[in-house]
Design a protein around this ligand. Structure first.
Ligand code: MGD
Ligand code: MGD
Ligand code: SF4
Ligand code: MO
Length: 911
């Protein structure tokens, strides 16, 4: 038992804000095994596909190993001094507001703390903003306006006790899978749990919903205003709570009533069935234990802050905050979105939840940091920051742990801004990202598994990330890099940290300034201020406020005492009104007819953001292999687009080229594309090329979820699938997408050349010498020419391709695993004939953990007679790992049981 313990180190998952505890052990060859930490209260041992694949993404492939200046490798002292002098020179010449940091919710709290301390405390500018601006800032505004503090009041345990769970603007099944599975298990156990999903799309999250409201995009304020008006009309409000503990009710109600002439009219405005609307309202009215989970469909909007307050208003009116099973619950995106907010990562807050404009806070921080330069006013928010850069006002920027060329709206403008900025410093783990290309100085940062520190999850729980592996090259922790630059800038005394634990200790003390009792501010870590190095090293999860070190898991809710952090100590209703949206709600027609469709964007189950990490795992890459646009069949028909066509999407800002996926899960007039692919993984699939930088006037959060676009079929002459062991540059082709597969890469290509010309172009690129070439050209049943080519070296397949006019009509999923298999005669035959047998025949991978393909699952249903999820699990192993593929397995089951038997065949084509 003791031996077992010492082999597994506890840490926290690198990805989403659920903040799951993991345990890692290192094998003989340095490989990392990962399992869920049974004792961690965020996940009790469960992990999703991304968490389980963490071990596969810690490879050294593509890592940034050394600092460089203007593309020339250098050492740390030189690089640090260079950055310091560039920043100091700019400050001297143009003032502190001429420099900026753009940081990330993927930094650890310790990194974030020193970055904020340097910019706000010692450079003396507010110009540090974070990618959480794109993610959580509308929630921050909503919280501060209502509660007087940026507080998420509830905890995950509320999922286990709630009787109505409203999930709005969140695809929990794919983005917070462990919470989704927890809720799903509750749903299976309890008859008294009703689940409502509010999302314009029918997502996998709807698989557990009793009611799905496919509202028109951007109409959430009207919906929740309608709910508030309904609650009042049906006398379902908590009058005592409103009178004694809140302010602003009358004004909020007046705005709400203006948005709801009648349920019939509101339903028509939102394009909902009136019965469904009333059902939602009635459930909310009659269920005390109501939890409203929300995420980017709410936050990422030009009226995101108002959407948040429209939700919170309904919870205040019913007194449903701070009690078990109820409350508004903003689910955070990144692993440390919360930590960043705690230490002042946003340009408009100070640190430890203290605010600009508060003289007392200003003095407390200045004294604590022993500085006279503390910034006195907020800095530029992300979009404005890059705008200022574009105008030449920012002379030096330091980007850490984020990839703004992909993730900020209007990518072309971001690229222009970076080109104009005289000094662009980027700290990243990867050498080649869409953003590192534009850096003057590159600094290699330690990544997950190498760095050490803390993160805070959605339920305010602080957990340790621990060092597991050595770092490659000379990569250093972000907090160290920042502190060393600060020292070179002349601030040695304030940045003399020797260990991340010392940074954490200083931060915990800061939370207690004039706040020993936790009555001035919600964020109080007084119980952690006495931690010594050993205590920090062994720290178990702690949920704030931490009045004393928690030796077992606690589940606390704030505002149970009905005391808020507003001047009057009362919670605030905020009067909000539905603003006009980019579509004309009543006619359902987009207002600008040149761009008649609304483009929505978001995440897929197995990829993380710009794919710098999940793109390294072949298991994760196999779920969805190519960027796509989901489009309703009626819209597609009008545009003469069929399934799998390549289509160009255009907006006034830019264009992208992706594969069409026809689906009824998409509402008419709206399309959806994932955010993950970018210039490193596809020719033209960066959705932020199209998104405008319109943002919420209060939070500054961009409206990523609705961009007006048009879609046109894109014509090409030939397609290719190319398999290589090494990455290859394909920009000469009109369309390409890269997928990591076992032992290599699989590229999908489309071009305006003929199949034969494309074949020749590929051979020129591959430059194969000294080996065995297998080549075969033939026609298929529809007389299309197909060219197959494989190059074998040392009895190993080195590269291979197939070109044809149309490849998408054929299932070529077997190509994903072929590099990993010993090359025998049957594989050679498949490569030149296309006849697929045995292991190669299982089709698209559905269960990433157990590598189970769609054909194996459909076989189990149709041929083995598996008619339940459990029997499929038993028979195929699918869904027995992390379980996040279960909704998809279920939908395959449902599809195959309803209109039997549309079997997905691996097509064989005649040689
Ligand atoms: N697999 C995976 N998981 C992740 C991430 C990842 O990259 N991959 N990223 C993490 C991060 S940083 C974040 S922020 C979270 C995001 O987590 P989510 O917010 O759950 O994810 P999204 O897919 O961005 O968007 C959520 C949903 O909002 C819907 N939506 C769009 N417009 C509207 C609207 O007007 N109203 C309403 N009610 N809904 C609308 C979209 O259709 C979409 O289904 O995920 C985290 N988890
Ligand atoms: N259209 C559209 N755009 C969106 C969104 C959307 O829904 N739609 N969502 C927005 C949201 S919510 C978010 S959170 C953003 C995410 O967008 P980004 O933050 O740009 O995405 P990531 O790929 O996570 O970028 C993290 C970068 O940091 C590097 N990195 C990882 N760990 C470390 C580390 O420890 N130190 C350092 N120095 N570097 C590290 C990675 O290699 C990677 O290059 O995208 C936003 N953009
Ligand atoms: S839900 Fe998945 S991605 Fe999120 S923290 Fe847990 S294991 Fe990691
Ligand atoms: Mo996010």
């Amino acid at each position: 038992m003791t031996q077992e313990k010492s082999l597994w180190t506890k840490s926290t998952c690198a990805y989403c804000g659920v903040g799951c505890g993991i345990e890692a052990s290192i094998g003989a060859k340095g490989e990392l095994s990962i399992r869920g930490d049974q004792s961690h209260p965020a996940n009790y041992g469960n992990l999703c596909s991304k968490g389980l694949a963490l071990g596969e993404t810690v490879s050294q492939e593509g890592r940034l190993l050394h600092p460089s200046i203007d593309g020339i490798e250098t050492d740390w002292p030189n690089a640090l001094q260079h950055v310091a002098s560039k920043f100091s020179q700019a400050i001297e010449e143009y003032g502190p507001d001429s420099v900026a940091f753009y940081v990330s919710g993927q930094l650890l709290t310790e990194d974030y703390y020193v970055a904020n301390k340097l910019m706000k405390g010692f450079i003396g500018s507010g110009n540090i903003d974070t990618n959480s601006r794109l993610c959580m800032s509308s929630s921050v505004v909503g919280h501060k306006r209502a509660f007087g503090s940026d507080t998420v009041p509830g905890c995950y345990e509320d999922l286990d006790t709630a009787e109505l769970v409203v999930i709005t603007g969140s695809n929990l099944a794919w983005c917070h899978p462990v919470l989704f599975q927890r809720l799903k298990a509750e749903k299976a156990k309890r008859d008294n749990l009703f689940i409502v999903v509010i999302d314009p799309r029918e997502t996998d999250t709807c698989s557990i919903a009793d009611l799905h409201l496919a509202i028109q995009p951007e109409t959430d304020v009207a919906l929740f205003n309608g709910l508030l008006a309904y609650l009042v009309e049906h006398k379902k409000i908590d009058n005592d709570y409103i009178e004694q503990h809140s302010e602003g009710f009358e004004a909020a109600l007046k705005s709400a009533q203006e948005d709801m002439p009648s349920t019939a009219q509101l339903a028509a405005n939102l394009a909902l069935n009136e019965q469904d609307l009333i059902s939602f309202f009635a459930h909310f009215a009659s269920t005390e234990k109501t939890l409203t989970i929300y995420s980017q469909g709410v936050n990422q909007s030009t009226q995101g802050s108002n959407k948040v307050n429209s939700i919170i208003n309904c919870h205040i009116a019913t007194g449903r905050i701070g009690k078990s099973g109820m409350g508004p619950f903003s689910i955070t995106g990144q692993p440390n979105a919360m930590g960043g907010r705690e230490v002042g990562g946003l340009a408009n807050t100070l640190a430890a939840h203290m605010e600009f404009g508060d003289q007392k806070a200003n003095k407390l921080i200045s004294d604590f940091w022993e500085t006279e330069q503390l910034a006195t006013r907020p800095g530029l928010k992300a979009v404005d920051l890059f705008e200022a850069m574009n105008e030449g006002k920012i002379k030096a920027v330091w980007i850490m742990a984020t990839n703004p060329v992909v993730s900020l709206p209007n990518s072309n403008k971001i690229i222009e801004a970076l080109k104009k900025c005289p000094t662009v410093v980027v700290s990243d783990c990867m050498a080649e990202t869409a953003t590192t290309q534009f850096a003057d100085v590159l600094l290699p940062a330690q990544g997950w598994s190498e760095k050490s520190g803390t993160v805070t999850n959605s339920e305010r729980r602080i957990s340790r990330q621990r060092r597991l592996l050595p770092s490659p090259g000379v990569a250093k922790p972000d907090w160290w890099i920042i502190s060393e630059v600060a020292k070179c800038m002349g601030f040695a005394k304030a940045f003399n940290f020797l260990h991340e634990g010392e940074v954490f200790s200083e931060f915990t003390k800061m939370t207690t300034l004039d706040n020993e009792d936790g009555l001035s501010r919600d964020l109080n870590l007084i119980g952690l201020t006495t931690l010594d190095a050993k205590g920090y090293s062994q720290l178990t999860p702690q949920q704030w406020p931490v009045t004393e070190l928690q030796t077992q898991n606690v589940h606390q809710r704030l505002f149970a005492d009905k005391q808020f952090f507003t001047p009057s100590k009362k919670v605030q209703f905020i009067a909000v009104s539905q603003l006009a949206t980019s579509i004309n709600v009543t006619s359902q027609q987009p207002k600008q007819s040149q761009y008649p469709l609304i483009l929505n964007s978001g995440r897929i189950r197995d990829h993380w953001h710009t794919m710098t990490r999940t793109g390294l795992s072949s298991r994760l890459g196999a779920h969805i292999t190519e960027p796509f646009v989901a489009i309703h069949p009626n819209d597609a028909e009008k545009l003469q687009i069929t399934d799998n066509n390549l289509v160009a999407i255009n907006s006034p800002q830019g264009a992208m080229l992706v594969r069409a996926l026809l689906t009824n899960q998409q509402n008419k007039g709206q399309i959806f594309t994932p955010i993950h692919w970018n210039s490193q993984t596809a020719k033209s699939a960066n959705i932020c090329n199209l998104v405008s930088d319109d943002n919420d006037p209060i939070s500054g959060q961009p409206g990523f979820k609705s961009t007006q676009v048009n879609v046109k079929k894109w014509h090409y002459h030939s397609e290719a699938m190319l398999l290589t062991r090494e990455p290859i540059e394909l920009n000469e082709f009109d369309y390409w997408v890269k997928q990591k597969v076992e032992k290599g890469y699989l590229y999908r290509i489309a071009d305006n050349r003929s199949p034969l010309e494309l074949s020749q172009a590929l051979q020129n690129l591959l430059q194969n010498k000294q080996g065995k070439t297998l080549q075969f050209s033939s026609t298929d049943e529809s007389q299309q020419m197909i060219h197959r080519y494989a190059f074998v070296q040392n009895a190993q397949l080195n590269n291979a391709y197939i070109t044809s006019e149309q490849l998408t009509t054929q299932s070529l999923d077997w190509l994903q695993s072929v590099l990993d298999l010993p090359l025998d005669s049957s594989i050679e035959l498949t490569l030149i004939s296309g006849i697929v047998e045995g292991k190669l025949a299982q089709g698209k991978i559905i269960c990433a953990c157990k590598q189970v393909g769609i054909n194996t699952i459909t076989d189990a249903i149709l041929e083995e007679g598996c008619q339940t999820l459990d029997s499929i699990k038993q028979c195929t192993g699918a869904g027995t790992g992390c379980g996040s593929c279960l909704p998809e397995v279920e939908s395959i089951l449902a599809n195959n049981m309803v209109d039997i038997p549309q079997r997905i065949e691996v097509e064989e084509f005649v040689a």
